[in-house]
Design a protein around this ligand. Structure first.
Ligand code: NAD
Length: 253
């Protein structure tokens, strides 16, 4: 039996990961806003520290895996909340539990997005990667929702690629899944948004496999990457999107 920590385990993809790990007999420490072993708001520094301290208290002998899954979709306002939760919290809590992962040669699976590949490495992404939280949050308020969301996942993917070799040298495998559109409360809110709803519906209708994904289909891949079956996998970002990225960017991989 292993010990895993997960942020955003109350609903959607995180809840599906929690169920699969617990069904396999593992201990899963859940961090979420109101429903979890540790209730913390990851959008600010005290909340991130509460999450780190709480995980450390519940997993004193180390972690076999960590999944920073908490995230906000492009319908959320202010846009800076997306930067704070999707990028800064994911990175901060991962770094805050790294020594626990080193102790058990654990594995990190981040939740990126296939939208990360739809934006470039702009000034917003640079500020995120430079750990300039105030400046990034100020800049994004003048931009659009797609840039805020996809940029946060682009930066997270770059952070992963930059850090995966060092983590691997410490015995920790750092990987990500990049889901396409998945049926969760997050995508429901985007579909209900007056500006983003139709774009999201058209996006969902164009998935080559003919349907949007289910949270369990992402959890299946996350649990595989966490397991010893993926023991040589490090620095990978796996698209789990029904063929959408291949359709949109056939010659880039
Ligand atoms: P969801 O809304 O069902 O789950 C998000 C979870 O994060 C919730 O449990 C929520 O309470 C938690 N959370 C949000 N803000 C928080 C905060 N400030 N502090 C602590 N917890 C907080 O959505 P989901 O679709 O399951 O999203 C999970 C991850 O998957 C996110 O990182 C999201 O960006 C990513 N993702 C989702 C889709 C999709 O189409 N649903 C696609 C690509 C990537």
């Amino acid at each position: 039996m292993g010990t895993y920590a997960l942020t955003g385990g109350a609903t959607g993809i995180g809840a599906a990961i929690k169920v699969q790990l617990r069904d396999a007999g593992h201990q899963v420490i859940v961090v979420d806003l109101a429903e979890g072993d540790i209730c913390a708001d990851l959008s600010d520094l005290p909340g991130r520290q509460k999450a780190i301290d709480g995980i450390r208290a519940l997993a004193p002998n180390g972690l076999d895996g960590f999944i920073p899954c908490a995230g906000l979709g492009p319908s959320v306002r202010p846009l800076s909340l997306i930067s704070r939760v999707n990028y800064f919290a994911a990175v901060a809590v991962t770094e805050g539990v790294l020594d626990l992962l080193v102790r058990r040669k654990g594995s990190v699976v981040m939740i990126a997005s296939n939208s990360a590949a739809m934006v470039g490495h702009d000034d917003y992404v640079t500020l995120l990667l430079d750990d300039q939280e105030s400046a990034a949050c100020e800049l994004i308020e003048g931009k659009d929702a797609h840039t805020a969301y996809a940029g946060s996942k682009h930066a997270l993917s770059c952070w992963l690629r930059r850090n995966a070799p060092d983590y691997a040298r410490q015995g920790v495998r750092l990987n990500a899944v990049a889901p396409g559109i998945i049926d969760t409360p997050l995508s429901d809110k985007v579909l209900a948004d007056k500006d983003l709803g139709q774009i999201m519906k058209d996006f969902g209708d164009s998935v080559p496999m003919g349907a949007i994904g289910k949270p369990e289909q992402i959890a299946d891949v996350v649990c595989f990457i966490l397991s010893s079956k993926a023991s040589f996998m490090a620095g990978s970002i796996v698209f789990v999107d029904g063929g959408h990225d291949a359709m949109l960017r056939p010659d880039q991989f």
